[in-house]
Design a protein around this ligand. Structure first.
Ligand SMILES: Nc1nc2c([nH]c(=O)n2[C@@H]2O[C@H](COP(=O)(O)OP(=O)(O)OP(=O)(O)O)[C@@H](O)[C@H]2O)c(=O)[nH]1
Length: 140
């Protein structure tokens, strides 16, 4: 029987630095949700666990090799309809990084924000929900 995907699993990382700021990625203008700020991450590929996909995406997108065990789940957010494509479900993890040497390797830009600043950024709807969940938990 053919396995037809009915939803798209996306993993993302809320990365915090030693000053309580959070890393956000601004998507390139020509992509879906272009110009909006998201938590870095991407789609889980066939055969991957969410955590392994997170490690791969963060390496590809930021050039950062994170320890799978150093990432903790925060929660998830889901689209109820994908408007012609499978709806997205995002699983958000969190981790800490106090080093440097990362970049937006696949385009767009990255920057660090306080929770107050991050709440004000233009974000896709799922990230509005995820940011509210993250900052309400007081992970800081
Ligand atoms: N990475 C990421 N994607 C998000 C977030 N919120 C959100 O709505 N999305 C959406 O989820 C989808 C993830 O796709 P992506 O383009 O980042 O994934 P990918 O790197 O595997 O891309 P590709 O297969 O298109 O090359 C996009 O439509 C993106 O806009 C988020 O916080 N992080």
């Amino acid at each position: 029987m053919e396995n037809i995907p009915t939803w798209t699993c996306v993993v993302a990382l809320a990365l915090r630095d030693g000053k309580g700021r959070w890393l956000m990625h601004r998507r390139p203008a020509d992509k879906h949700h272009g110009g909006l700020w998201e938590f870095p991450g991407g789609k889980v590929e066939t055969g991957e666990t969410p955590r392994n996909a997170l490690v791969r995406e963060i390496d590809e997108e930021l050039g950062l090799v994170i320890e799978p065990a150093a990432c903790a789940p925060v929660g998830f957010a889901e689209e109820t309809s994908g408007e012609g494509r499978p709806p997205i479900v995002i699983m958000l993890y969190t981790s800490v990084w106090d080093g440097s040497g990362m970049g937006a390797l696949e385009g767009g830009e990255i920057d660090w924000f306080t929770p107050e600043e991050a709440e004000l950024l233009a974000k896709p709807p799922l990230d509005v929900a995820l940011a509210a969940k993250l900052f309400a938990k007081g992970v800081i």
